[in-house]
Design a protein around this ligand. Structure first.
Ligand code: ATP
Ligand code: MG
Ligand code: MG
Ligand code: MG
Length: 479
C-alpha cells in the first residue's frame, strides 16, 4: 500500500464512523504566542477542549502537519540519528468533542490497525495509565477493560504519569492516555528479548505509533484536578511510522514517503544511501529538513533572524552543513528537492504546489548566502579545535562563528559534539546581549552618519561584510 493510500484509508475509515474530515491547519501558529509551530494534532482544536469555542462537528479526523524543533517537544537532536523522529511529520488523528469516549476510541483504533491495515496482532502492545497518588487517580481500569476485549492481558502494560497522563500545559484539560506500540524486530531478535521489556525504551524497532488521550479532567491553577463537564478524545498517530509498519520496512526513511527524496539526493550528490553511516545520517537529515523548511515557507514562515523565522533558518543551515561536510556539496542543491515534494505531497497539501516558486527561490538564496561563509567558518572552527587541549571552547569564539559566519548556536554545538566537545553557552549569551546593545547604539548613530549622505561627501567602496548572520552590509569609507 502506498503512503497516499494509507493516508486515504485512515481518513475514509473515520469518515465511515461519522467523522468530518478536515484539512490540516498551517504548520505555523500566527496568533498563539505560547507556541510557534503546531506540534500535535490537537493544537488547532485547543479552544474546543478549553470550552472557549463550540465545535461545529462532534467528530473530526485529519492529518496535521507538525513540527517538533522547539519548546516542550524538541526532537531535533534525534533527527537523522534515529530513523523514526522527524522535525516535520504528519500526525493522523481522530477527535471526539464531548461525543464518544474510551470504548469507541479503543475499538476503532484496534479495528483500523488489525482489520483494515492487517497489522499482526502479536506485534502490538498497549499501555494503560497506572494511576497516581499525588493526583489521587486510580489505575485506568476502564481503558484496561476495553482493551481486554481485543488483546490478551500480557500485552497490556502499565505506564506512569510521564508517559500515560497527557497534559496540555501547567493548566487546562488533561487525562490518562493509552499508547499503542509495535514490535517490528525479526523473530530471532524477538526470541532473545521480550518486546514488552523494550516498550518506552527508545528501541528503534519497538516504537510508539499511536497515542489515545482521554480528556476528562481540568488541571486548575492550584494544581488540583476537577472533572470536565464533558469528556473528549484526542488521538495522534505518526503517519510516517505507520507507513513504515505497513510497508514492512524498519526505518521511516525506507518508506515511499522518503524514498523519492532520498533517490534525488543520491542522484544530485552522487552518493548511495545505505553504504556508510556518516553519509546516511547526512542524507536523512537533508531529506527530513527540506520538508520542514518547504512546508514552513509554504505556510508563510520565511527564514529570518528572529523568532520562528530563525528556527527555520537554523534547520536549513543544519541541512546545508551536512551536505557540505558529508556529501561534499559546495553548491546549492537542497532547493531542487522541492520538486519531489511537490509531485509526492501536492495532492494532499496543495500549498506545496502553489508556493513552489517561492520555496525554490527562498531555499536557493539561503543556500547561496550560507555557503559563502560556511567554508571559512568551518576552517576557523577547525583551527579553534586544534589549538585547544580542552573539551570546551569559549563562548566568545562560538559567538564569533555566529556573528561573522552565521553559525546558529546549535550548529556549532552539533559540530563540537561530533568531537565530544562543547562551548561555554553562558559566555555566548553574554556576548549576544552585548552585541544587541551595541547595535542599538549604532542604529541611533547610523541615521545621521550613514544613511543620509550628502552629495558632496565622496565615498570609496571598501567591500562587503557579512557581519550579522548573513545580512550583507555594504561598507563605504568617507573620503
Ligand atoms: P515518542 O515517545 O516516540 O517521542 P511521543 O510520545 O513524543 O513519541 P506523542 O506526543 O504521543 O509522541 O505524539 C503522537 C504520535 O506522533 C506518536 O505516537 C508518534 O507516532 C508520532 N510522533 C511523535 N513525535 C514524532 C516525531 N518527532 N516524528 C515522527 N512522528 C512522531
Ligand atoms: Mg517524543
Ligand atoms: Mg512517547
Ligand atoms: Mg506519546
Amino acid at each position: 500500500m502506498t503512503s497516499q493510500e494509507i493516508r486515504k484509508q485512515f481518513l475514509n475509515f473515520f469518515a465511515s464512523k461519522q467523522h468530518e474530515i478536515v484539512q490540516s491547519a498551517p504548520l505555523v501558529n500566527k496568533n498563539d504566542p505560547s507556541l510557534m509551530f503546531v506540534n500535535a494534532g490537537m493544537n488547532p482544536f485547543k479552544e474546543f477542549f478549553l470550552g472557549q469555542k463550540e465545535p461545529v462537528y462532534p467528530r473530526v479526523a485529519d492529518t496535521q502537519k507538525c513540527l517538533r524543533v522547539s519548546g516542550k517537544h524538541n526532537d531535533l537532536e534525534e533527527v537523522g540519528m534515529d530513523t523514526y523522529h522527524h522535525t516535520m511529520f504528519e500526525m493522523l488523528g481522530n477527535w471526539s468533542f464531548g461525543d464518544y469516549f474510551k470504548e469507541e476510541a479503543i475499538a476503532w483504533a484496534w479495528e483500523l490497525l488489525t482489520e483494515v491495515f492487517k497489522i499482526d496482532k502479536n506485534s502490538l502492545y498497549v499501555t494503560v495509565f497506572e494511576g497516581d497518588k499525588e493526583d489521587q487517580l486510580d489505575f485506568d481500569h476502564e481503558a484496561y477493560d476495553f482493551w481486554k476485549k481485543h488483546i490478551p492481558a500480557e500485552r497490556i502494560l502499565k505506564g506512569n504519569k510521564k508517559d500515560n497522563f497527557w497534559e496540555m500545559g501547567a493548566q487546562g484539560p488533561c487525562g490518562p492516555c493509552s499508547e499503542i506500540h509495535i514490535d517490528i524486530r525479526s523473530d530471532e531478535e524477538k526470541a532473545l528479548t521480550p518486546g514488552k521489556d523494550l516498550v518506552n525504551m527508545d528501541h528503534p524497532l519497538v516504537i510508539e505509533i499511536w497515542n489515545l488521550v482521554f480528556m476528562e479532567f481540568n488541571r486548575r491553577a492550584n494544581g488540583s484536578l476537577e472533572k470536565l463537564p464533558e469528556k473528549h478524545v484526542d488521538t495522534g498517530m505518526g503517519f510516517e511510522r505507520l507507513c513504515m509498519v505497513i510497508q514492512k520496512v524498519q526505518s521511516n526513511y525506507d518508506t515511499d514517503v522518503f524514498h523519492p527524496i532520498i533517490r534525488e539526493i543520491e542522484t544530485i550528490t552522487d552518493t548511495v544511501y545505505g553504504k556508510n553511516e556518516k553519509t546516511d545520517v547526512a542524507i536523512r537529515v537533508i531529506a527530513d529538513h527540506v520538508r520542514a523548511v518547504a512546508f514552513a515557507i509554504a505556510d508563510g514562515q520565511l527564514p529570518s533572524n528572529t523568532g520562528a523565522g530563525y528556527v527555520i533558518r537554523r534547520i536549513l543551515r543544519r541541512a546545508i552543513r551536512y551536505g557540505f561536510t558529508f556529501l561534499n556539496k559546495k553548491e546549492p542543491f537542497i532547493y531542487q528537492l522541492a520538486n519531489v515534494l511537490e509531485s509526492q505531497m501536492g495532492e494532499n497539501f496543495p500549498e506545496i504546489v502553489s508556493q513552489k516558486n517561492l520555496i525554490h527561490n527562498v531555499i536557493k538564496e539561503e543556500e547561496h548566502s550560507f555557503l559563502r561563509t560556511l567554508d571559512q567558518g568551518l576552517i576557523l572552527l577547525d583551527s579553534i579545535i586544534s589549538n585547544t587541549t580542552e573539551k570546551r571552547i569559549s563562548g566568545k569564539k562560538a559567538f564569533e562563528l555566529y556573528d561573522t559566519y552565521g553559525f546558529p548556536k546549535d550548529l556549532t554545538s552539533l559540530i563540537l559534539r561530533e568531537r565530544n566537545m562543547d562551548f561555554d553557552e553562558a559566555e555566548f549569551d553574554k556576548e549576544m546581549s552585548k552585541q544587541k546593545s551595541r547595535s542599538r547604539a549604532a542604529a541611533a548613530v547610523d541615521t545621521d552618519d550613514w544613511n543620509i549622505l550628502s552629495d558632496d561627501v565622496e565615498q570609496e567602496f571598501i567591500g562587503y561584510d557579512y557581519l550579522q548572520a548573513d545580512v550583507k552590509i555594504t561598507r563605504y569609507r568617507k573620503v
